[in-house]
Design a protein. Structure first.
Length: 907
RNA sequence: GGACGGCUAGCUCAGUUGGUUAGAGCGACUGGUUUACACCCAGUAGGUCACAGGUUCGAGUCCUGUGCCGUCCA
């Protein structure tokens, strides 16, 4: 074996063999329970980020654990066509060639985009392989695949037929860069510091008299169609029926009264611009006002804005209109003003409220979706996200699902040529289109990407095609076992998938019928949802391309190995908290792998012939008569660890589980057990048993670690001869109880007392080492110790004498009848220990040290005495707590006595 | 404005239903190549558990309020 673990020699080779053996294949198997996960599909053109590393490592851990435990496991991968994101990229690239999408036309553009996707897309799936992800690649799905697309259209048609889908002219969120409508969820509110302008409007019937209006958007004044005032405003009676002159694009506009006007904001007078503000639109509707849209779709002002402003973009137009108002003397005041502005999630520019004709969806199964989560049919980890989820559902707004893009699923609605489109009688809605296509034209828009990915758990398993569903095992693998995703897409994706599952899985149910709990259980897309934290950089900032603070995971794999990266990221991922990334943690992961490698190497050096060690064979090599206290202790710790890890994984406490394995492996096994094995391994009757105990521990550690660090554990599994020709992927670590049962069949019953003793002995060793270290005595400087103790303590100590001597680096530990004079001393649970120094002792320094010790003891003692002196405590606290305090007091008093003795012996 | 989360050692974080003297890793410092590992071993220092009240025999833990940081919703 190499001196240090070399991931590169191992990873690609093992991954390839796993794939070739079909280990990742998810096939329905009636003889086994099912475990399934669908990957949150990354953007087809995306590349691997640290967020993906975290998210997919967790999924891989779940999938690999399930395989080990005998589940027929499917981890289904795929990619998302990511409508806006991808189309933007392709358009950018076209622009670089001096072309626009219109040069290619719709068909040509889509062809081009597909080619581009096939060439540049899917990189991320290759990267996931490097990370070790055990996805069933043969089942990779893309949201624009023909079958998937059919499912998307089918869903639309069914929703339409059930009355959930409607077309309407509404105010929508418009992105002037992507030139499409967006859903509310795609708008990010950001606080902005802008200006509030006070503008005067001249009363038409009394020139020279003015009304004052505060506005943040002077560039829309040309679209004003009224001024509004609250009906309770005292000025109202005097203004009723009168008109003002619009200061830009002059025209006379009415003054109206409406309850929606905030009396206390600004001047209490609102300009009404129905084309450019949702509230103004509503007010305009109530009062039958005209709508004047002064913008083009790209945010450039149009001819209705007047010759002076037409052609300016909205930001320039703001400056220009302010300037013009100032020139005219109509700008009365401007002041700084902080407000929230909606930004487009993708293009990161302010969105425009815009009136347009769009398709909307009234969400199906909202009530059942609430129930599924609030009643625990779907469990959220951490649980607190249920509140966020329920709050959103309670305030749910209809979903604008049409996008003015070409890249996506084209809306399956056709309009009769030449007939008015707003009359549903002229619509044809179906998956395959009308039989006489020459008489129809299809809607130009495509569906929101999320209106395809909300079907991900069912449409990746063949829905709605019955034979595909059967073949792909929808009924076997659905509901999926767990979903692993970020809380940032709880509305975009998680909530919508739940509603889609409830609506579409199983036989159609009348919209008026509420689903029963039983139906909900069968229809939900997943049982558990694990929300990861967001990975931040060392300064706590979100990782992003623009900040350049996101390391490339592939570089990290190159440097530390995939296992190192996985171990590192999992060790710092507390449940659902944000995660601060630091490369040092990945380094630790690498170091951990190296430690595992080296302790295996050490094992190999002891006994190089090849073994084939099944669990039974290993246990069979143990001779119960040769088991010492350390053997008992480590076996007990192993049993504990198996159960603890299992329990923590059940709760999705990944970093705690890992920590538990770490503690057992590094602190208990390597630092203590293996170190103490060294003398035994020189020969003698305990050697075989000791090696067998090491084998058992190593074997179980490999099994527990395999989900986290799959490569190195598989490699060592074979190197150490545990495999019997079988991959570690199919070996179950089992429970502590199961292991205990097997041991007891071989006459091995680990003694619980040994564990307590071992812990106490370790404390003793630590103090003895410290006593040496204080005097700068090297570990291998074999000094002599004496000790003074009662018989009971002495017995325990003598059982562990070998360990103590070798761990401390001591030549002898001699029991004495009375305290030797003039030696540095240590008061421990096992009595007083004296360090025998041939050379002189710094008596002054010793006295200071022991006095400090005494001071600390006195503090502890008086605090316990206080407590015990308090009748409220002794009366009300549970007996075992009071008893514990008494024992503690006695121990510390004894320690105090011995410390005083030691001090005296120095003088 | 509302909701949620965080505030514990220099840093990153553990700390179960309240119960011994609040832990780990990293970093710092000291010493070290003993049959694996310097990607290692041994040891040391370092904490007013954000703040203020309250409940309790007992609070890092429960309650109320405040502050700061972050996220989401309006």
């Amino acid at each position: 074996m190499e001196k240090a673990y070399q991931p590169k020699d191992v990873e690609d080779r093992l991954y390839q063999s796993w794939e070739e053996e079909g280990s990742f294949r998810g096939t329905p198997d009636a003889g086994k329970p099912a475990y399934s996960i669908v990957i949150p599909p990354p953007n087809v053109t995306g590349v691997l980020t640290m967020g993906h590393v975290l998210n997919n490592t967790i999924q891989d851990i779940l999938a690999r654990r399930a395989r080990q435990r005998g589940f027929s496991t499917l981890w289904l991968p795929g990619t998302d066509h990511a409508g806006i994101a991808t189309q933007t990229k392709v358009e950018q690239q076209l622009r670089q060639q001096g072309k626009s999408k219109h040069d290619l036309g719709r068909e040509g553009f889509i062809e081009h985009a597909k080619e581009w996707r096939d060439k540049h897309g899917g990189i991320i799936l290759k990267q996931l392989r490097k990370l070790g992800c055990s996805c069933d690649w043969e089942r990779t799905v893309h949201t624009l695949d023909p079958d998937y697309s059919k499912a998307v259209l089918e869903a639309f048609v069914r929703l339409f037929n059930n009355g959930y889908v409607y077309r309407g002219k509404r105010m929508v969120n418009w992105c002037p860069v992507s030139r499409t409508a967006l859903s509310d969820e795609e708008v990010i509110m950001k606080p902005q510091s802008g200006k509030l302008y006070k503008v005067r409007y001249e009363l038409a019937d009394t020139p020279g008299e003015y009304l004052y209006v505060s506005t943040t958007r002077p560039e829309t004044i040309m679209g004003d169609v009224a001024l509004a005032i609250h009906p309770q405003d005292e000025r109202w009676p005097a203004l009723q029926g009168r008109k003002v002159r619009r200061p830009l694009q002059p025209a006379e506009i009415p003054i109206i009264a409406d309850d929606a006007v905030e009396k206390d904001f600004g001047t209490g007078m609102l300009k009404i611009t129905p084309a450019h503000d949702p509230l103004d639109f509503e007010i305009g509707q109530r009062h039958g006002l005209e709508i004047i849209d002064v913008f083009h779709e790209d945010g450039v002002l149009n001819e209705l804005a007047g010759p002076e402003f037409a052609g300016l973009d909205r930001f320039e137009a703001r400056k220009a209109t302010v300037e013009k108002l100032r020139e005219q003397g109509d700008l009365i005041d401007e002041e700084d003003h902080a407000n929230n502005v909606g930004f487009s999630e993708r293009a990161d520019v302010p969105i425009e409220p815009r009136l347009s004709e769009q398709w909307f969806l009234r969400y199906p199964r909202v009530e059942e979706a609430k129930r599924a989560v609030s009643e625990g049919m779907i469990r959220y980890f951490p649980e607190r996200w249920t509140k966020t989820y329920l709050h959103w559902l309670e305030n749910i707004q209809d979903w604008c699902i049409s996008r003015q893009l070409w890249w996506g699923h084209r809306i399956p609605v056709w309009y009769r040529k030449g007939a008015p489109r707003n009359d549903p009688n002229n619509w044809h809605v179906s998956v395959d289109g009308p039989e006489d296509p020459e008489n129809w034209e299809q809607d130009e828009d495509v569906l929101d990407t999320w209106a395809s990915s909300w079907l991900w758990p069912i449409a990746t398993m063949g829905w709605p095609n019955p034979s595909a569903m059967k073949q792909q095992g929808l009924d076997y693998f659905y509901p999926t076992s767990a979903l692993v995703t970020g809380p940032d897409i709880i509305f975009f994706w998680v909530a919508r998938m739940i509603m889609a599952g409830l609506e579409f899985k199983g036989d159609p149910v009348d919209p008026k019928t509420t689903l029963s709990d039983e139906q909900i259980r069968q229809r939900i897309p997943f049982r558990d949802v694990y929300f990861t934290g967001i990975i931040r950089d060392a300064k706590g900032r979100k990782m992003s391309k623009s900040l350049g603070n996101s390391p490339d995971p592939l570089d990290l794999i190159e440097k530390y190995g995939a296992d190192g990266l996985r171990h590192g990221i999992m060790s710092i991922a507390p449940k659902g908290q944000d995660i601060r990334f630091s490369e040092e943690r990945i380094e630790q992961g690498r170091n951990f792998c190296n430690k595992l490698w080296n302790v295996s190497r050490f094992r190999q050096m002891a006994d190089e012939q090849t073994r084939e060690s099944s669990l039974e064979e290993i246990i069979g090599r143990m001779d119960p008569a040769h088991l010492n206290q350390d053997d008992h202790a480590i076996l007990l710790r192993l049993i504990q660890t198996l159960d603890e890890v299992e329990r923590l994984y059940e709760q999705y406490e990944f970093n705690s589980a890992l920590h538990s394995i770490y503690r057992f492996f590094w602190n208990d096994l390597c630092d203590w057990y293996v170190e103490n094995s060294k003398p035994r391994m020189r020969g003698g009757e305990g050697k075989e048993t000791c090696l067998a105990v090491q084998d058992l521990c190593l074997r179980q550690v490999l099994l527990l670690l395999h989900p986290v660090t799959p490569f190195i554990t598989e490699e060592l599994w074979h190197v150490l001869g545990f495999s019997g020709g079988q991959s570690i992927q199919w070996a179950n670590p089992g429970t502590g109880q199961e292991l205990g049962g097997l041991l007891s069949q071989s006459g091995i019953k680990p003694d619980p007392v040994a564990l307590d003793e071992m812990l106490a002995i370790r404390e003793l060793v630590t103090s003895m080492r410290a006593l040496k270290a204080d005097r700068n005595l090297a570990n291998n400087n074999r000094v002599e110790f004496s000790y003074l103790a009662e018989d009971g303590k002495s017995d325990v100590l003598s059982k562990h004498l070998g360990s103590v001597l070798s761990s401390v680096g001591a030549a002898a530990l001699n029991r004495v009848a009375q305290a030797p004079a003039g030696m540095p001393a240590l008061v421990t649970a096992f009595g007083s220990i004296y360090l025998d120094l041939a050379s002189g002792v710094d008596v002054g320094a010793e006295k200071i040290r022991l006095s400090k010790e005494l001071e600390a003891l006195n503090k502890i003692i008086s605090s316990i005495e206080n407590k015990l002196g308090n009748t409220a405590f002794t009366g009300k606290a549970p007996p075992q707590v009071v008893e514990g305090a008494r024992r503690q007091l006695a121990d510390n008093l004894a320690k105090k006595q011995e410390t005083e003795d030691a001090l005296r012996s120095l003088s």
